[in-house]
Every structure is written in structure tokens, then in C-alpha cells.
Design a protein around this ligand. Structure first.
Ligand code: SF4
Length: 266
């Protein structure tokens, strides 16, 4: 006969279930009690950060960040839980053609998180974001900032490859995006760089042109968010590389990184 939960544990459990429901996750599975207990203690509460004093242009309104149980202090464990929650996901039609779910890669303690729109063919094949030609350019951009790829975190709005590399549809972004929001919540980077219009529009919940979105800071629940061009777009229109380099220099200045006198990375 299972022991009844004490009121505080019940309250925490209800809060956690409600938290997942807010994200559209309704399926749960049971784990051994000891394991679940460890996880609950790891998911210690953190008080919400005060709103930034930075002039706010727009932020995605979401209750995810207000959940009392949203941040596990053990970041790898918290990311593992998110990956487990994704499971062998069939929540949207993008699952139909995928080979691999492309979760994310990089340092859990990254100051910078790059967010693209979705995996391409190479990423689908290898299960890692930004490993094709656009990924090589992103690597060069990161290196030009004086950083290694392993020092940043990289993820996408949708985790399965859209057929023919088409742009993910809003419905697909809305279905998969909460997993990204949870990754951001765990990583808590100082700066999020939205790569391209899909990531920018999803994260900021606005519908605006890249021309208007770039070149300014957004407050994203404690992180700063900047928008730049997607590396795949830069491969198609290399003239815009110098504009993207300006965006990255803005990020570097904010992080106190030395801005080298050099041309845009190729
Ligand atoms: Fe699930 Fe996201 Fe893949 Fe859609 S894109 S099937 S929501 S993991």
C-alpha cells in the first residue's frame, strides 16, 4: 500500500504537473521512488530574478519562468529530464521524416546561447545542431568572437528536420518551442543570439522584419537577447556577413570580450 504524500510534497507534485501541462506535456511515466526523490531535491527552487533595468523592447510572455520548480541546480540532470520528456516525440508532423531528434549541444554554463530555427540534412543525420555548411560558418563566427564552440550552447526552435529544409511553421514552433524555453531556463545564458527570423519571432513573440529586429537588445527574462542573420542566409548572401559581424560585436562588448579589428568571419 503506497504511503500518502505529505501536504508539502503533494503541493510540489501538483505544481510540477501543472507546469508540464502549461507546456502541453500530458504524458508522464513513473520512476522508482528513490530516483524521483533525488530529482525533486535537485530541482531546488530559485527566486525569480527581478526584471532587468534594460529598456525592454519586447519579451515572450510565458508563465514557464514563473514555475517554482523550474530550475534544477544540476544543469546536466535538468537537460536530461527535458530530453527524456521529449522522448520519441510525435507531437507534431515533423517527426514523420526525421532520423534524429536534434536536442542541443554545448556548455551547460555557457554565457552565450545561439538559437537557430531547425535541423537540416546534416544535423538530422548526426543528431547535432549546426554541423553542415551553415554550422561551419557559425563555428567561424564563434571563433571570431574568441570562443570555442564547446564554450557556447547551440539549439534550435524545432528539434526535427522540416521536410526539404522548409521553414518550420508557426504551429510546429509553438509545439516544439517550449522545450527550447526550458533549455534556456536551465542554461540561463547571459546572452541569447537568435539566428534568423524564425528564432527571433518565436522567442520574442513578435512579427517584425529582420531590419527592425536587429541592432538592439531585448530583455528575455534575465538574459539579454540579440538578433542576427542565420548562417544559412549568410551563405546565400555573403554581403550581409559584415552586418552579422556588427551584431556579434555588440554581443562581445556586452560580455566584456575583446573586439578584434578584423573583417567579418568567412
Ligand atoms: Fe516533437 Fe519537436 Fe520533433 Fe515536433 S519537432 S516531433 S514537437 S521533437
Amino acid at each position: 500500500m503506497p504511503r500518502p504524500l505529505d501536504p508539502e510534497a503533494r503541493k510540489q507534485l501538483v505544481a510540477r504537473v501543472n507546469y508540464y501541462r502549461e507546456m502541453g506535456i500530458y504524458d508522464f511515466y513513473r520512476r522508482p521512488l528513490a530516483e524521483a526523490g533525488n530529482e525533486l531535491s535537485a530541482a531546488a527552487m530559485q527566486s525569480a530574478e527581478a526584471d532587468s533595468a534594460i529598456p525592454v523592447i519586447s519579451t515572450r510572455e510565458t508563465s514557464l519562468f514563473d514555475s517554482p520548480l523550474h530550475v534544477a541546480q544540476d544543469k546536466p540532470a535538468a537537460l536530461k529530464i527535458i530530453r527524456e520528456d521529449i522522448g520519441d516525440c510525435t507531437r507534431c508532423r515533423l517527426h514523420q521524416g526525421r532520423k534524429n531528434i536534434v536536442f542541443g549541444v554545448g556548455s551547460v554554463n555557457a554565457d552565450i546561447m545561439f538559437v537557430g530555427e531547425g535541423p537540416g540534412a546534416d544535423e538530422d543525420e548526426q543528431g547535432e545542431p549546426f554541423v553542415g555548411r551553415a554550422g561551419q560558418l557559425l563555428n567561424n563566427m564563434i571563433a571570431a568572437m574568441g570562443l570555442a564552440r564547446s564554450e557556447v550552447y547551440i539549439a534550435n526552435v524545432v528539434k526535427c528536420r522540416p521536410p526539404g529544409n522548409r521553414t518550420p511553421e508557426k504551429e510546429e514552433c509553438d509545439t516544439c518551442g517550449p522545450f527550447l524555453l526550458r533549455q534556456i531556463e536551465v542554461i540561463r545564458p547571459r546572452v541569447i543570439v537568435a539566428l534568423g527570423a524564425v528564432a527571433a519571432k518565436y522567442l520574442l513573440a513578435v512579427n517584425d522584419s529582420m531590419a527592425n529586429l536587429r541592432g538592439r537588445w531585448y530583455d528575455f527574462k534575465g538574459s539579454r537577447l540579440a538578433v542576427t542573420y542565420h548562417p544559412a542566409y549568410l551563405l546565400r548572401d555573403p554581403r550581409q556577413k559584415k552586418e552579422a559581424w556588427k551584431d556579434l560585436q555588440m554581443v562581445m562588448r556586452h560580455l566584456g570580450l575583446k573586439v578584434p579589428a578584423r573583417n567579418a568571419p568567412e
